[in-house]
Design a protein around this ligand. Structure first.
Ligand code: PGA
Length: 244
């Protein structure tokens, strides 16, 4: 079985810190990167540098956002061919922060997913319910609906990664859900479109303390880590905990 352990640095790290992180990760990590697949998603400014530093290491690199058009009058945006040119093989799409602060909708998520696939980039589609939906007991239908909308029209045989990240679990004020809750949502996603789902990851307050128990959840293929992986040595410890 393949396990994914990825991290997005969000809007953190200057170029020098990014490069130091990438070199440290490359030199200290000792796992079989075909069985445990690490990936890092740096800010756009460090994408090409980090990709070059990690080339040939088996550690994949992703972009935090892409636009659905290949080029044109879209000031401030970055296209799929541009992130691919910079070395990305994964595109994170629809993170809760982008949905909340940058007007990302199910429709634009879908456009970005399809644009990524058309260029051979693996979309990492983030889905997750707000706390009100969780409190009402409607997490499963909400998340399944987000997933269906994100992948509408995606050709059979495509490979999509999903990160299930309940909004109320993300960030410094986030709370880790129970393992049963994650398990229920993962099982529902697993039944959705097995032919296009390459892996289902969990994200939101993942740490070294909870990584191993999260990975005991049946049907879960990996973890997507924020704060706890901003320190490279801690990220390495999490990857190694998952590997063993
Ligand atoms: P966190 O972030 O691990 O810091 O909660 C997770 C995420 O936003 O993907």
């Amino acid at each position: 079985m393949v396990t994914w352990v990825g991290t997005s640095w969000k809007m953190n790290m200057l170029l020098e810190e990014s490069m130091t992180y990438a070199y440290a990760l490359r030199s200290s990590l000792s796992v079989d990167t075909e069985k445990v697949r690490p990936f890092v998603i740096p800010p756009a400014t460090a994408l090409s540098g980090v990709s070059a530093a990690l080339r040939g290491s088996g550690i994949r690199v992703g972009a935090q956002n892409v636009h659905w058009e290949e080029n044109g009058e879209w000031t401030g945006e970055v296209s799929v061919p541009q992130v691919k040119d910079a070395g990305a093989t994964i595109a994170e799409i629809g993170h809760a922060e982008r949905r909340r602060y940058f007007c990302e909708t199910d429709e634009t998520v879908n456009l970005k997913v399809r644009a990524s696939l058309s260029h051979g980039i693996t979309p990492l589609v983030c889905v997750g319910e707000p706390v009100g939906v969780f409190d009402a007991g409607d997490s499963v239908p909400f998340v399944v609906d987000q997933f269906r909308k994100a992948t509408a029209g995606v050709p059979q045989g495509s490979q999509v990664l999903i990160a299930y990240e309940p909004i109320w679990a993300i960030g410094a004020t986030g709370m880790l859900p129970t393992l049963d809750h994650v398990s229920d949502v993962v099982s529902a996603l697993r039944n959705e479109a097995p032919q296009i789902v390459e892996g289902i990851l969990y994200g939101g307050s993942v740490s070294l303390d909870n990584a191993s128990e999260l990975m005991d959840i049946g049907g879960l293929d990996g973890l997507f880590v924020g704060r706890a992986a901003l320190d490279v040595q801690n990220y390495i410890r999490i990857i190694e905990a998952v590997a063993h």
